[in-house]
Each structure stands twice: as C-alpha cells, then as structure tokens.
Design a protein around this ligand. Sequence first.
Ligand code: SAH
Length: 242
Amino acid sequence: MSGQALDRIRIVLVRTSHPGNIGAAARAMKTMGLRQLWLVAPEHFPDPVAAARASGATDILDRAQVVESLGDALQGTVFSLALSARRREWSVPPVGAREAVGQLLPLTRQGEVALVFGHEATGLTNDELALCSQPVMIPTDPAFSSLNLGAAVQLLCYELRMAALAGAPAAEAVPPDNLATFDEIEGFHGHLLQAMTESGFYEPSNPKRLLPRVRRLFGRIRLEREEVNILRGILSALQRKT
Ligand code: SAH
C-alpha cells in the first residue's frame, strides 16, 4: 500500500528561483520514495546546478513536469496542501505538518494529491494559497519560522514515508470515495462568481473581502462531487429566474 500511496503524491514547487533547491527537493523525494515532481514556472530549469544538487536523483528531474500555473499542476487532484511559513488572515486556519499528512494520505485511495511549496523569498501568494485545500505550517520556533525550501520538502517527504509505512489508516479516517476534484471545485467557484456578479451581489468595483471569505467557507469542508453538482444546479436554477 505504501508505495502506491506515495506514487500518487505530487510535490509541486512554485516559481522556484534557485535551481539548487529543485535538485535538493528531487534528492529529498527520492530518499523517501516519492517520484512525482511538478515545477510551476521555475526561473532556471533544466540547470546543471539542479542536477548537481540532486546527487543521483536525476531521474526525478528528468521526469519532472514543468507547467505554467499552479492550476495546471493541480488539475485532476482531489486534495492539496499549501505549505506556508506565515499565517494568513483570510485562509482556512493552518494545521501542523504531521496532522496534514494524516489527512492527505488516506485520500490517495481516491486519486492524486499534491503538496505545494512556494518561492524562496516570497512564499505562495494568497491567490495560490486559495487554490489549495488546506494550509500547512511546519511547527517551528515562531521567532524564526522560515525553513530552506529543500529542507521543508525533506521534512514533509519524511512525514509522508513514516505515515505510509505505519500502514492503513483507521476506519474513521477513510474519507468518502467521491470527493470533487480540483477542476470541479474551481468550476463551482467560477459559476458562483458569475452568478454573484450577474445578480449584483458581488460588485467587482467594491470587492471587499467577499471572494476570500467565500473561498474560506467552502474550503472548510471537503466537497463531494454530488454536492458540487447540487450547488451548481441551484445556481443555474436561480440564474434562469433572473
Ligand atoms: N518568506 C517566505 C518563506 C519562503 S521559504 C514565506 O513567508 O512564506 C520557501 C517555502 O518553503 C515556503 O513557501 C513554504 O512552502 C516552505 N516553508 C518554509 N518554512 C515553512 C514552515 N515553517 N511551514 C511551512 N512551510 C514552510
């Protein structure tokens, strides 16, 4: 079970500036049995510095998927963790790394999942964070909370391996088997935005905090496919009336 679960986990690095960190991430992954590296708009890749730092994990680099946006990297996933060293006001409250891995691993039974890491200096943007299912903080000394990117990847890959080796999750941790995918949830948010705009409830010229609040509301629950269909059906019916 463990190998299969780890094969379904995407490690996604967003806008990485230093190719050495990409190599370090590949090495960190391979030591822990992970294989899927996704690179969103890397500043330098391929790069000899990445290959040197990978130190034998070059197969991970060779197979890495390079895409333009985080949305591309999350296509088809059923769950994603956003790694952030900072607490953000308008996001779902973060959970610790170990707890997050405990949530994520059982979901590999349903499909692909992702761990998303930000830029070395600026981290993930709020918009990128909002695309993910759950924010995660590595519990550090609050006075010095930012790890090197490669170190953060290593730590999460280690937690994933430990959790996978520990075996099958308890029955109550097994999630429903029909979770909505990233694409379906984004389709719902697009539909909701359209309906809110058409009805005048949302005014783009005066957005206040509506969109982040709505994201946070739906981000607190794991929507199933049927529930997304119901919500979209309600929106369509209301749209036809107006
Ligand atoms: N100054 C940036 C830190 C970037 S470190 C910020 O405030 O977010 C590069 C990446 O490593 C981060 O985007 C995050 O994905 C990961 N990372 C580093 N320290 C972390 C921590 N304590 N908890 C969770 N992720 C962390």
